[in-house]
Design a binder for this molecule. Sequence first.
Ligand SMILES: Cc1cc2nc3c(=O)[nH]c(=O)nc-3n(C[C@H](O)[C@H](O)[C@H](O)COP(=O)(O)OP(=O)(O)OC[C@H]3O[C@@H](n4cnc5c(N)ncnc54)[C@H](O)[C@@H]3O)c2cc1C
Length: 596
Amino acid sequence: MEKKYNVIVIGAGHAGCEAALACARMGLKTLVITLNVDSIARMPCNPAIGGIAKGQMVREIDAMGGEMAWITDHAGLQFKILNSSRGPAVWSPRAQCDKELYSVLMSKSLQDCKNLDILQSEATRLIVKNQKVCAVQILTGEIVETDAAVVTTGTFLKGRIYLGKDYFEGGRFNERHAAHLSKSLIEDCGLTLGRFKTTTTPRINTLTIDYLKMTEQPGDENPRPFSHFTEVEKWRKNLKQLSCWLTYTNPQTHKIVGDHLDLSSIPISGGESKSPRYCPAIEEKIERYPEKTSHHIFVEPEGYNTNEVYLNGLYTGLPFGLQQQMINSIAGLENAKVIRYAYAIEYDYSSPLQITKALAAKNVPNLFLGGQINGTTGYEEAASQGFVAGVNAALCVLGKSPLILGRNESYIGILIDDITTKGMDEPYRMFTSRAEYRLSIRNDNCDLRLMDIGRSLGLISDAAYKKFELYRNAVRDIYEGNAETLPSDDELTPWSLEKAKEEVYIHKKYEGYIGIQEKIANKVKKNEDRKIPDDFDYNKLVSLSAETKARLNEVRPQTVGQASRIHAIKPSDIAILTVYLEKQRKERKAKGRIDA
Ligand SMILES: Cc1cc2nc3c(=O)[nH]c(=O)nc-3n(C[C@H](O)[C@H](O)[C@H](O)COP(=O)(O)OP(=O)(O)OC[C@H]3O[C@@H](n4cnc5c(N)ncnc54)[C@H](O)[C@@H]3O)c2cc1C
């Protein structure tokens, strides 16, 4: 084992893989340490990538040179554009994946990557000197030096698995948890940790399902890949899509669940650790919506080479016997046999109010955190943060300015701004409704929005960028009506003229609204660009209430724009802050300390 790296990434889940690949591809000597190399990029919950707003994030990662979209195209077994009956602004790609294949392909990407080493071990301690991480200790006691670290430990920190009210220690079912790192994050890095909880659903044997009682949900007739770099026609020829199926819970199911809420591991009304409101357990749905007599259950294949199917919508913390009764009460599942029962998991997370928009710990600037450890839920949210955390760890080592994505240029920017500004009291997931500029940050234009960033980071190859530039020019020419000099599809592949025309069509459809949004964005940008010094003393602002000062001190926003989005901060507070900053700027200018 080598003794020194530029960046050490702890964890090889969806966040860790993107972080490690980004660092290594940016030329830094990178080590990824993970508890179990057989579970790299494992999907412990629904083996699906994308969906509403999440699909946009996957394509944004791809446009900047990340991996998730490409792997999804090659491990996907069903592709659909969600919301296709609505406007293109909210079209969202989703793919059901072969979960084993996904993990194998991602592992292979890590193994093939230059500058990247993989080590199966447990990271137990971050060694911090003078507020900088300088090494990582592993379970054997060995110490590996590093210039920066990225922590992406998912649900593993002091993970505890619940089967009904029974529990035991574990990071996921059949995987051990990480027992030691939480202590180091608290004691060595000064972070405060909280507890969240999440559940998964039972998996059943496809041979025991009566599909005649369900409605078929096939993939799209003309599926679209996630990655901008996938050659569509070739890819379509090789793709064999599998169907999902739809059935429903019924009053009998609800009675079984409702009569036994006290046996569930999910805290229905409060409790110490919160579960995701937007991915509720069936117990929570039945409590929250007593008037509803049925809920959707999507029956989804987990792979080409397995009989296991996933019951999407049946997240539960009930004991095994009740899960069986509940499943057998549903149409088509009367004789269903369970292969894996559902379970809940509780784990440590770190409040993202303790990190900057570069995802760096405020107390330890060369320590980056990404993924579920920041209180989010979902593979795509994890991968997005992993990518940004990895890029920023690399930029930090290289002594360059961090990558900070704006709310008006990407869903990833919104995700990071939301979590680092507002914090959370339940696991955070992305929605289109969180995006104020969703007409401009669409699924179709991720490449036009973000590929230049990927290129400037060195993550988009010369050959791919050349094709992209041809495509971008073609979009411009079509928009301006100069159709004579358009390149051929052969020259544009993997982009195409059809895509360029669609791009222009969509842009023109929204042009008027986008213009209005841009005006608003420019106004907001003024505040966004107005920096607040790191050492700014909010206590000096006597006109602010004690509560406002406390909130500002907790978040320590980097700009006035960020301050304005903090929960319960009023426009009048921002006005006071702006006046004070302006006064301070003028005083400094008068003293000759800054330029005009
Ligand atoms: C039971 C369960 C149910 C879930 N339900 C949902 C859901 O309903 N909806 C949803 O969107 N998401 C759900 N998820 C969450 C989803 O799996 C995660 O959001 C996503 O996988 C997080 O990615 P990550 O990279 O942050 O962490 P993970 O994918 O958890 O990966 C963490 C990685 O870190 C490694 N690791 C941890 N600690 C150490 C250490 N000290 N040293 C070395 N390696 C370490 C692990 O080995 C692993 O490789 C669920 C997860 C579980 C386990």
